[in-house]
Ligand binder design. Structure first.
Ligand code: C5P
Length: 275
């Protein structure tokens, strides 16, 4: 573990509680070049489960960034939200899922045939990443949703989550507020990946359905995506430590019952628990 925080945090960094918290976080490398991304990776090292490579970095220095992250032994959530005809999505999956990518996503709105094609393409890879469906973006609120001609946002999220599970996907990306509803229509091993995380008082930017890290965990989110709430503030390490603190509080409030896979939640171990 790198020396991300000194002093009293050192003991925490060695504890199973910290490991539990760390395994649930990805840091978004939302910068255009590998040089800029590298600064973040050097700063945070293994303090997060892995790094999220999204469209900005992927369209800039994508292949180099994926190679370099793998060379450094970092896990990658490749957040490129594929959405095209089934044949094209399957081909894109074969092209982008290089070693080190542990999770990749597609837009659930691409429909059943596209999701099945994505599943098939992932399954024939040597090291298949988790395949995750994007439900409704966290930047979309009810008004923007209705403007698109749709009716209930929350009902659509449920339908998309159920369809994803039906097509064999491993989980969905969703707003934290939607997690409890998703849990009622998907199997226990189905994971929820939650972006739009904002500690109290931090800027929302373009996120419309954000919640705090503690609220997200409390609602049952398996993995959190941390972005500008950490990367855009002056003291980035302090920002991450504040988030750990809040996540840790939820774990403690639950009596540490979820601390290890050997001692799982009543529904059994979830994929989110995997190291
Ligand atoms: O900076 P912020 O915390 O808003 O970053 C959120 C990250 O998660 C961005 O990289 C964004 O592309 C991604 N994301 C999202 N909403 C989704 C899926 C991914 O915000 N539904």
């Amino acid at each position: 573990m790198n020396d991300i925080i000194s002093g009293s945090w050192q003991e925490y960094l060695q504890s199973p509680r910290f490991d539990w918290v760390r395994r649930r976080t990805y840091l978004a490398l939302d910068v255009p070049t590998w040089t800029q991304a590298q600064d973040l990776v050097e700063l945070f090292g293994d303090a997060v489960r892995g790094y999220k490579v999204g469209l900005e970095l992927f369209c800039g220095d994508g292949p180099m960034a994926l190679r370099e992250l793998h060379r450094r032994g970092k896990r990658v959530f490749l957040d490129i939200k594929l959405h095209d005809i089934p044949h094209t999505v399957a081909g894109a999956i074969r092209s982008v899922c290089v070693p080190g990518v542990e999770m990749v996503n597609v837009h659930t709105a691409g429909g059943r045939e596209m999701l099945l094609a994505a599943r098939e393409a992932v399954d024939i890879l040597k090291e298949p990443p988790l395949l995750i469906g994007v439900t409704v973006l966290t930047s979309i609120n009810e008004n923007l949703w209705h403007e698109l001609g749709f009716t209930s946002l929350s009902e659509t999220v449920s339908v998309m989550a159920r369809l994803s599970a039906d097509c064999g996907l491993d989980g969905v990306v969703a707003a934290a507020i939607d997690v409890p509803r998703i849990r009622t229509v998907t199997p226990a091993h189905f994971i929820t990946v939650v972006p739009g995380i904002r500690p109290l008082g931090s800027a929302k930017h373009d996120q419309a359905r954000s919640l705090t890290p503690g609220e997200a965990l409390h609602l049952g989110a398996d993995r959190l995506v941390l972005g500008r709430a950490v990367t855009l503030v002056a003291d980035k390490k302090k920002a991450l430590a504040g988030i750990w603190d809040e996540m840790n509080g939820v774990l403690q409030a639950q009596g540490d019952v979820n601390l290890s896979v050997q001692n799982p939640t009543p529904e059994g171990p979830r994929r989110g628990d995997a190291v």
